[in-house]
Design a protein around this ligand. Structure first.
Ligand code: PLP
Length: 365
């Protein structure tokens, strides 16, 4: 059965990296097997969340954990929980006037759109966003001066999407929060280290299941028992609209265990897989090719292609996307005339397809 044909969809090669609009990552057989077991059995659902949470908490040295349906749901449910402080009345009346302490402070440069804006999730949670600092800078003092008796929490977004320049560190944000007895909530949706931030002292850390972890569409929140318990309570309120299925609860749990054991693909392995690809690309006339490391210094290697012919990098990317097979290259640097191919989710057959498409596009005329 070819699902691409059946539903009239385009086959996609994702050489962009981990892109939500393309479905993020491919899930391993091991994780699919766990999803199958989840789908084909019954569980006491409340217990399923509690027990998988305990299991995961043990793996990441956390007090507790909760599997949710996305990092976005993780943000909304965590913040709603902190506003409600365990009140059942609040679960049923999440936007009640009886509770006024709803301010959540975050650096202004962290109010990003990762596919949806951070402040929309805060709105769902019933929080009032209070930006600290300016678009291009935020210091610990900027954060501190926004704290009032209405402050519920401080939110920090750890991401390449945010402004990096003149930005206070996570450690500094934690210090400010704890100095004022406030929880520091960290959105680490796409980050690779599942242990580091709790160790630093963050109270709640939120990950997306389908990014670095390569699990199903899902999320997980880890951290202090109280905040996890309050977030879990939201399942009877706003969280119901963000419910996760049993197949993905089990699937993500298995994916996290596997991820902690195997880690991501090593830089060496990526370089080895890139070599034949780069050799084949070099044989296409009108392309200059080399292997480059990720600009942020991560153990990610990519093929960097500079077209030297008539077509610009931008035009070539457009044609790649519009072909019979939609090939998505990494286009961050097309304005500099550079196309990058990230092969983390690309296999040998697909690399061959990329080369032959490029041959047609560049050598076509
Ligand atoms: C992707 C992302 C999210 C949202 O993750 P979902 O699981 O897709 O909801 C939130 N924050 C940041 C910084 C992200 O990169």
């Amino acid at each position: 059965m070819d699902i691409y044909k059946k539903y009239n969809l385009k086959h996609v090669i994702n050489a962009d990296g981990k892109m939500t609009i393309l479905g993020v990552s491919k899930v391993s057989d091991e994780v699919v097997e766990a999803q199958k077991q989840g789908a084909q059995n019954f569980f006491e659902m409340g217990d399923l969340l509690i027990q998988t949470g305990k299991y995961l908490a043990h793996l990441v040295n956390s007090e507790d954990a909760l599997v949710v349906n996305s990092a976005s749901a993780g943000i909304a449910e965590t913040i709603a929980g902190i506003i409600g402080q365990g009140s059942h009345y609040h679960v049923y009346h999440p936007y009640t006037d009886r509770i006024s302490k709803r301010e959540v402070i975050l650096p202004m440069g962290h109010d990003v759109d990762y596919g949806a804006p951070v402040d929309v999730m805060l709105g769902v949670a019933g929080a009032k966003m209070v930006p600290a600092g300016y678009a291009n800078m935020c210091t610990p003092e900027h954060l501190e001066m926004q704290i009032t008796d209405q402050t519920a929490a401080i939110l920090y977004i750890k991401s390449h999407h945010t402004v990096q320049k003149s930005m206070l560190t996570i450690r500094e944000a934690i210090e400010v929060a704890h100095h004022h007895n406030l929880p520091l909530v960290l959105d680490a949706a796409a980050e690779e280290d599942l242990l580091k931030y709790l160790k630093l002292g963050a109270d709640v850390v939120i990950y997306s299941g389908a990014k670095a972890i390569e699990g199903p569409a899902s999320g997980v929140i880890i951290g202090k028992e109280k905040y996890i318990r309050w977030a879990r309570m939201q399942g009877a309120g706003i969280g119901r609209a963000m419910k996760i299925g049993k197949e993905n609860i089990i699937g993500l749990t298995a994916a996290i265990a596997k991820y902690l054991q195997d880690g991501s693909e090593s830089g060496e392995s990526m370089k080895a897989r890139l070599q034949p690809f780069v050799e084949n690309l070099s044989e296409v006339s009108g392309l200059k090719v080399r292997v480059v490391q990720d600009a942020a210094g991560r153990q990610i290697y990519r093929a960097e292609v500079t077209p030297t012919g008539d077509l610009s990098a931008k035009e070539i990317c457009e044609q790649l996307r519009n072909g019979d097979v939609a090939i998505y290259a990494r286009e961050y640097r097309v304005n500099e005339g550079i196309i990058e191919f990230d092969i983390r989710a690309v296999d040998d057959v697909e690399m061959y397809q990329i080369v032959s498409s490029l041959k047609k596009i560049v050598g076509g005329k």
